[in-house]
Ligand binder design. Sequence first.
Ligand code: NAD
Length: 335
Amino acid sequence: MKLLVTGGAGFIGSNFVIYMLQQHPDYQIVNVDALTYAGNLENLKSVEGNPNYTFAKADITDVEAMDTLFSQGVDIVVNFAAESHVDRSILEPDVFVKTNVLGTQVLLDAAKKYSVTKFVQVSTDEVYGTLGATGLFTEETPLTPNSPYSASKAGGDLLVRAYHETFGLPVNITRCSNNYGPYQFPEKLIPLMISRALADQALPVYGDGMNIRDWLYVEDHCSAIDLVIHEGVNGEVYNIGGNNERTNVHIVNTVLQELGKPDSLITYVQDRPGHDRRYGIDPTKITNELGWKPKHTFETGIKETIQWYLNNKEWWARIQSGEYQKFAELQYGSR
Ligand code: NAD
């Protein structure tokens, strides 16, 4: 079995490549990644030299490069490659549309031309927009994205759906809640707060800090995608979430407590424009139909994650010295 994993040098993609090589030692994995600011081959040091793993540096919007890769034989595509940070999408929407919409279409065309047996589009609950105080996102919830990021992901998802309806391409779309765990780029909430708290820097929290996200440990997301690849019914959407709704300020307080830092580091900053209030996933379908179950609770996952960042300071220190630093200063100032 040969898997083409796009965006495998990013946070979830690299965890997925490592997970799949462990779970399926006989599978071949080709990781294609453009190595944008978010791509980091250091995440994959543990699998370098594995004869079943290869890396190709290429952009998913590059038709010729994708054709060359697919022509070498691909059974399954798992599309993680994306611009993924909401704040960046507010500053630069064009690159989000290019990668998340056009890139998906280029991959779909190649998948169709070379008759892949499964195309899994890794998407997000953010395409469903925002929830009020009650209710959960199901697979039937209408798509009402509110940020350029979520709108571009919704555009990609709709193309995936259309390639199934029009051409019979064997697809699945997975929509997951917020992930956390090892190798997450330190611009995202949890690693950002860990790295700033360790440096005794102010911890910027948007608005009143009461926005709610539904958190999932990245390894549990990987096990869900593995199941969808093998058991997912073609054309179906599967929501993935672990019933772990937490307010942002709860997350930040947990990080401070675990690190023994004072809550005086919390600084409330002007809210993000169009900031969704609450996300909550109903995972009944993947649980009942495919038998998926997460292994981690939020309490065990966050402890493991903080410990990983403490043990791997060089990993994130190197990242923070690069292009991210310019963006971080623009967003959060240099305090
Ligand atoms: P990430 O930003 O860490 O990684 C994205 C990867 O894609 C990077 O390695 C980057 O170099 C690569 N990439 C970007 N543009 C590319 C292009 N044009 N061609 C080839 N490679 C390109 O993102 P992540 O957090 O790992 O998210 C992975 C996927 O999961 C995304 O599709 C995202 O929408 C989705 N998702 C993420 C979360 C989350 O909480 N992080 C939750 C739900 C869904």
